[in-house]
Ligand binder design. Structure first.
Ligand SMILES: *Cc1c(COP(=O)(O)O)cnc(C)c1O
Length: 379
């Protein structure tokens, strides 16, 4: 996180609520991921934070991208518009995956001219792709255990491993090529066993497909889920990396390309929010602070991401347990019912670290309050 004096200075200059993005930390996270998992190509999952400047920084680092809507696709595409037609097509083939297994027909039609790699996980989708995006390459998303992940995804997506080879056959029958397999172990996975089990499921499918004559599977996409160090209970990333590296080498020969779609890991620690106290009251013996950012805004992750964030004051002093609420008229707009804070006056500021993923990107305009302003540092 940036120094406290920097945060205060920026908040004085730009006002609050403010969302501060430190691009040095994004670059550091990118390099750490690469260093720990040298065999894995990084496809940044744009949905974690789709700020165009973040995408630009990762593009400049050489990142590839996971997109899940036409707008996300175009956000990435903006960075390559000055390239030649041939370079652009190469970038889309090699460095973009459209990793939403369900695509509407309009999107498929728009995607077709770009010939992208797209994921699917059901028979109905194969027919849709064949009809509306026949130039796309396919990656089959497999259902894998999401045990203990903060955000579970397996109830919504993924073909049963037992039906995987059938799906590959069906795509083949329709003249499409399945180039690889993907999975997602659930976001903020601290149970590293999920990855180990998923890799073994995928290796089994590749073997079974080979026996049936399908030898074109060359991509293994290990998805996202890599945990951000929100607290001391999260095991260090290099423990996960060590186990992944040995499994990847044991299960897949070097003709198999390994890709990953980290979202949270790249951006969570890179952003800090600064907000101000706009009201205070004592209710049932408890101090309540009302601040100018909340769960409909930068703290949306409390609802959508099942995440919690600590609020800290810039000033020191004896602390008491307080409630902290957002600015809207809804009681759901509650950031914390048990935050330890010193005595704060109206206008004094609070900050919250590690709030870069699934936060401001799902901010709304509810009650007429706009999303926090963004400031980029070390760009
Ligand atoms: C959300 C998502 C990601 C990113 O997940 P993180 O847990 O943030 O790393 C990657 N791939 C797919 C398909 C996703 O839906």
């Amino acid at each position: 996180m940036a120094k406290l004096s920097t945060l205060e200075h920026l908040a004085d200059e730009h006002g609050t609520p403010l969302f501060i993005v430190d691009h040095d930390i994004i670059r550091k996270n990118y390099l750490a991921f690469k260093e720990h998992l040298p065999r894995v190509q990084i496809f940044y999952a744009v949905k974690a934070n789709s700020d165009p400047d973040i995408i630009k920084t990762l593009y400049d680092m050489g990142s590839s991208f996971d997109v899940a809507s036409m707008n996300e696709f175009l956000l990435v595409h903006k960075n390559i518009e000055s390239l030649s037609e041939k370079e652009r097509q190469k970038f889309i083939w090699e460095k973009i995956i459209y990793a939403n297994p369900i695509k509407d027909i309009k999107t498929l039609k728009e995607l077709d001219s770009y010939k992208p790699l797209v994921t699917f996980d059901n028979i109905e989708e194969i027919a849709k792709i064949k009809q509306h995006s026949p130039n796309a390459g396919l990656v089959l998303r497999i259902k894998v255990p999401n045990t203990g992940a903060m955000v579970e995804l397996s109830s919504k997506f993924g073909a049963e491993p037992g039906s995987a080879v059938e799906m590959i056959e069906e795509a083949h029958k329709q003249g499409l090529v399945v180039e690889g397999l993907s999975f997602h172990v659930g976001s903020q996975t601290t149970n590293f066993e999920n990855y180990i089990q998923a890799l073994s499921v995928v290796a089994g499918i590749i073997d079974e497909a080979k026996i049936k004559g399908y030898k074109k599977l060359k991509i293994v996409d290990i998805g996202g889920g890599f945990p951000a160090p929100y607290d001391v209970n999260v095991e260090p990333f290099n423990n996960l990396a060590r186990r992944l590296n040995s499994e990847l080498d044991r299960l897949f020969d070097d003709k198999i390309e390994i890709i990953a779609e980290p979202g949270r890991y790249m951006v969570a620690t890179a952003c800090t929010s600064v907000s101000s106290v706009i009201g205070k009251a004592d209710r049932e013996g408890k101090r309540c602070y009302y601040i100018n950012d909340g769960v409909y805004h930068t703290f949306s992750g409390i609802i959508f991401d099942h995440c919690s964030y600590h609020l800290q004051a810039f000033k020191t002093g004896p602390k008491q347990i307080c409630s902290v609420f957002g600015p809207t008229c809804d009681a759901l707009d509650t950031i914390s019912l048990a935050e330890e804070l010193p005595e704060l006056e109206i206008g004094e500021m609070l900050y919250s670290e590690n709030i870069g993923a699934y936060s401001r990107s799902s901010s709304t305009w509810f009650n007429g309050f706009p999303p926090a302003s963004i400031v980029h540092i070390n760009k």
